[in-house]
Design a protein around this ligand. Structure first.
Ligand code: COA
Length: 162
């Protein structure tokens, strides 16, 4: 999937750009700091190698401060991972990654976007709501470490049922 680089503003020299294989060590390190069930480097590698996927990073002065991974399954986009370094949260890094993601996906035919998020993850749920996702159900015990439930969210669903 192609994406032009979106330049940062004058306060922050931040750009959103496609993830490269050379980013993977930094991405996996940020992932390990951020989740109790982190993806492995191999998982990121496999995802980046997929033709159908979208993998973006937000870079600030040559440092990766956020990333987004999504993939098309059948005709639906699955937002699989979105993460921002703790020290720059609430600075709209995730919002910029999502804006870039929607700019790319709107150029491809699809029947909506879906994701799963921990029921306790209020910041992420609020973020997704602010981008038009709605909760459509719960997957009980979805997370294998503590069996927490996942909220299923959808945006722009155009099918008969979710
Ligand atoms: C969720 C996460 C990606 C948000 O990233 P972020 O860059 O801080 O988000 P943004 O600054 O773009 O926030 C945009 C909006 O989302 C909502 N939001 C984000 N964080 C929030 C928080 N802690 N509390 C309440 N609302 C929040 C707000 O509406 C915010 O807009 P505002 O700041 O103008 O009020 C980040 O907290 C994170 O990486 N968490 C750990 C990993 C994770 O849980 N990822 C999601 C997995 S499904």
């Amino acid at each position: 999937m192609s994406l032009r680089v979106i330049p940062g503003d004058s306060r922050h020299a931040r750009v959103v750009r496609p993830m490269q294989f050379t980013d993977l060590a930094a991405v996996a390190a940020l992932e390990a700091r951020s989740y109790t069930l982190p993806w492995s480097l191999a998982t990121f590698h496999g995802q980046l190698a997929r033709e159908s996927g979208i993998c973006l990073v937000c870079e600030d002065a040559a440092r990766i401060v956020g990333y987004l991974v999504a993939d098309m399954f059948v005709d639906v986009w699955h937002l699989m991972n979105l993460c921002v370094a703790e020290e720059v949260r609430r600075e709209h890094v995730a919002s910029r990654l999502l804006e870039a993601y929607f700019a790319v996906t709107e150029r491809h035919g699809h029947r909506g976007h879906t994701l799963e998020v921990r029921v306790s993850n209020a910041p992420a749920i609020e973020l997704y709501r602010s981008f038009g996702f709605v909760s459509t159900g719960v997957r009980p015990g979805y997370y294998s470490d503590d069996r927490e439930d996942a909220v299923i969210m959808w945006k722009d669903w155009e099918g008969d049922s979710a």
